[in-house]
Design a protein around this ligand. Structure first.
Ligand SMILES: Nc1ncnc2c1ncn2[C@@H]1O[C@H](COP(=O)(O)OP(=O)(O)OP(=O)(O)O)[C@@H](O)[C@H]1O
Length: 219
């Protein structure tokens, strides 16, 4: 069954700073939706609002036309990878995978390096490996939708390629919303790409659109 995640009616200001005001965004299971925009345009805020953080009262977030009210999000509906580390640092790799219902063998198929630190706690992993683990558990766990905020930051290029492959494979099981400034990767894995500029969202078609909106400089 195909699922749809939509958000609109978002109004977000911090004091005099009007951040979001004319937003419509739609994600569908079976596809990857990219989200791009200049630093500070409101991408993370929008994901946080979609995930239920009470940044503003003015929003409508719906899955399959059913409004998601309040701040609780069932993990069967939606999971969210924030920019900051979120796994409690004292947990072991094994317990983290168990908590998210994931098999270690599958992790090792994609990132065999984890085999070298079987008993390590999360805080004994390097920052990049923590990030890979966090991304992996959110992306691969059962859920209708996952929101990934800067999944490629702190990750070496070889593993960025692995993650891109996993994203494309995993979209068969869910809808994926992804935001990162490595825009070429976003354009490559996404089936559709939204941009936020001056508080409004719109679909873009090409790198030329990104240039025209002051996000990249084409030579
Ligand atoms: N708690 C807060 N208090 C005041 N202003 C905030 C707060 N959180 C975010 N902002 C402002 O809201 C705007 C949007 O921030 P947000 O982090 O959503 O942008 P972003 O598009 O994700 O940026 P980046 O690409 O730099 O991560 C920025 O101007 C930021 O300064």
């Amino acid at each position: 069954m195909k699922h749809t995640l939509e958000v609109d009616g978002v109004m977000l200001s911090f004091g005099q700073n009007r951040v979001l005001q004319n937003i419509y965004l739609k994600c569908e299971s079976g596809s990857v939706t990219g989200l791009l925009g200049r630093n500070g345009c409101g991408k993370s805020s929008l994901m946080r609002i979609m995930f239920g953080e009470p940044l503003t009262e003015d929003r409508s977030v719906r899955i399959d036309n059913q409004s998601l009210l309040g701040s609780f999000r069932d993990s069967k509906d939606m999971r969210y990878l924030p920019q900051q580390h979120f796994i409690p640092k004292h947990l072991s790799l094994t317990s983290v995978l168990d908590d998210f219902g994931l098999e270690k063998d599958r992790l090792l198929e994609n990132f065999p390096e984890f085999d070298a630190f079987p008993k390590l706690k999360v805080n004994q992993l390097s920052g990049g490996w923590q990030r890979i683990l966090e991304l992996y558990i959110i992306l691969m766990s059962e859920s209708k939708f996952v929101l990934l905020d800067e999944p490629f930051s702190h990750i070496m290029p070889l593993h960025v390629e692995t993650i891109k492959r996993l994203i494309v494979e995993e979209k068969q099981n869910k809808g994926i919303l992804i935001s990162d400034h490595l825009y070429e990767h976003i354009m490559e894995v996404s089936d559709q790409v939204y941009m936020i500029n001056n508080g409004r969202s719109f679909l873009i078609e090409s790198a030329q659109d990104l240039h025209d909106n002051g996000y990249i400089r084409l030579r």
